[in-house]
Design a protein around this ligand. Structure first.
Ligand code: ADP
Length: 272
């Protein structure tokens, strides 16, 4: 991850690049002069309070929203014009909520392969093998014939990630994807992402407001409050009080993660 100085020209095209991106909704600024590169192999968390522009940043990176000013690029191509969408996986907020539709795990996960294999082409044996491998890796193989609605929250979350991974993306963007998981489920979820980053070189970008959960896993933290107010290691973020400044109050980080630093407010006022 680099925060670029104005005018810097990157030598290799990063998977995602923001160049002086500003974005307004109905005249209200949501992103202001955001410049950053997300490079191959990064494992990065975007932190910020509600309404700070985190989801908008991801949607802009995907080319779903066009900046008012500046450029959002995917592999050096303007994001809105980027065609090979399967290279960037996206797990949106509440992706694990599949409703009551009686689709099986296999049926749901295979839909994620279509962007790679093509709409009109039947799956090849290679497509099926890749889907099977992903199900295995995510511990879902034995659940393939089960309906998604019959699974636990953690299992459904893994189905959402599996659906993104079967397209074999190089980058995975996840928006509040651990929300609703219990502590062991959350642990397993972050360990899986760390493993995919380490073993497969998958570039992982997590949007979250939970520094405690991610601080031991990610290598880089970006604190966003319309602008990038900090970028660096999670340790630096906690040590130099940037997180407290971001939230406008001391932030409690459980001692397991950070030695209980900045624990000053009563529980009801804490931002996690
Ligand atoms: P976060 O993910 O950090 O909670 P968002 O990116 O969802 O923040 O939203 C940032 C701001 O942009 C909020 O004030 C939100 O109300 C506003 N916003 C988001 N999407 C839209 C939209 N489609 N139209 C108008 N305002 C929006």
């Amino acid at each position: 991850m680099n925060i670029q100085a104005a005018g810097d020209a990157p030598s290799v095209k990063p998977p995602i690049s923001f160049q002086h991106v500003s974005l307004h909704f109905g005249g209200n600024p949501v992103l202001e002069d955001v410049s950053l590169d997300i490079n191959s192999g990064d494992f990065l968390a975007v932190l910020g309070p509600n309404g700070s522009g985190k989801t908008t940043l991801l949607k802009t990176a995907l080319g779903l929203i066009t900046p008012t000013k500046g450029k959002a690029m995917i592999f050096g191509v303007p994001a809105a014009r980027f065609r090979r969408r399967y290279r960037i996986g996206y797990v949106p907020q509440k992706a694990g909520v599949f409703g009551d539709f009686p689709a099986t795990v296999w049926e749901v996960v295979t839909t994620g392969r279509i962007s790679r294999s093509g709409f009109l082409r039947p799956f090849s044996s290679q497509d099926r093998q890749i889907i099977t491998d992903v199900l295995q890796r995510l511990g879902l193989e034995h659940l393939a014939a089960r309906t998604v609605r019959s699974l636990s929250g953690g299992q459904r979350q893994r189905v959402a990630i599996a659906r993104a991974l079967v397209a074999e993306p190089e980058v995975l963007l996840l928006d509040e994807a651990a929300e609703g998981l219990d502590a062991p489920g959350e642990d397993a979820f972050y360990n899986l992402l760390a493993e995919l980053n380490r073993d497969r070189g998958l570039t992982v970008v997590l949007v979250t407001h939970d520094i405690g959960a991610v601080s031991l896993r990610v290598r880089t933290v970006i604190c966003l409050n319309r602008r990038v107010v900090f970028s660096g290691s999670p340790q630096e973020c906690l040590e130099n009080g940037k997180l407290a400044a971001l939230y406008g109050m001391p932030v409690f980080v459980p001692s397991k993660w950070a030695g209980g630093r900045e624990m000053q407010k009563p529980e009801s006022e804490r931002a996690y």
